[in-house]
Design a protein around this ligand. Structure first.
Ligand SMILES: Cc1cc2nc3c(=O)[nH]c(=O)nc-3n(C[C@H](O)[C@H](O)[C@H](O)COP(=O)(O)O)c2cc1C
Length: 179
């Protein structure tokens, strides 16, 4: 299975968590990791290239820090620009049919805050519903969300363990992920 990780962090060089995760993912055979903000500093997304890369991969991972309960803005623009009518959905928009998608996000908040009755009220899976609906509109398969909480000041060993958990999540079989 060919996997593409699209990392969307405004400054991966200044990141702790997403940088560690991206580095770990890039050590996994068959996983191609990209840095969206570095590729498009002017925010002019090469739609043809993105669509070609999507067709070449079986599973796409969107990896990003949670910003205001959503993705950083360039990834939203990527959805707006790349998932076009007639290509991703609508008449003849069949190119993403059956492809698998995973959202992998990191938070400042704790896991306890992301639950029913917690201070953020909702789980990460609930916050990611707009992306889930986008993927399902394009006939893609939305796999379980990966979330890593409150790691910015975590000891190195904990960060490393979470990076390992992330790497195994993105390569897991669909059946195992859904369990
Ligand atoms: C603009 C901005 C918005 C943020 N919004 C949230 C948020 O809604 N929920 C949350 O838990 N953390 C939020 N955070 C914290 C980041 O998610 C956290 O710092 C990041 O996941 C850590 O990963 P990094 O080391 O790769 O930057 C926000 C941070 C910034 C800069």
């Amino acid at each position: 299975m060919k996997i593409m990780v699209i990392t969307a962090h405004p400054d991966l060089t200044a990141s702790r968590v997403n940088r560690a995760f991206a580095r770990k993912a890039s050590t996994v055979p068959g996983v191609y990791v990209r840095d969206l903000y570095r590729e498009y500093p002017e925010w002019t997304i090469d739609v043809e290239k993105e669509q070609r890369l999507l067709t070449e991969h079986d599973r796409i991972v969107f990896q990003f820090p949670l910003y205001w309960y959503s993705s950083p803005a360039l990834l939203k623009k990527w959805f707006d620009d790349v998932l076009t009518y007639g290509w991703a959905f609508g008449t003849d928009g069949v190119h993403l049919t059956g492809k698998e998608f995973i959202v992998a996000t990191t938070t400042g908040g704790t896991e306890n805050q992301y639950r029913s009755g917690g201070s953020n009220w909702h789980t990460l899976s609930e916050f990611m519903k707009p992306i889930q609906s986008t993927i399902e509109k394009c006939n893609g398969v939305f796999l379980p969300v990966f979330a890593a909480y409150h790691l910015s000041d975590a000891p190195e060993a904990e960060l490393e363990a979470e990076a390992d958990r992330y790497a195994s999540h993105i390569v897991s079989l669909q059946a195992d992920l859904a369990d």
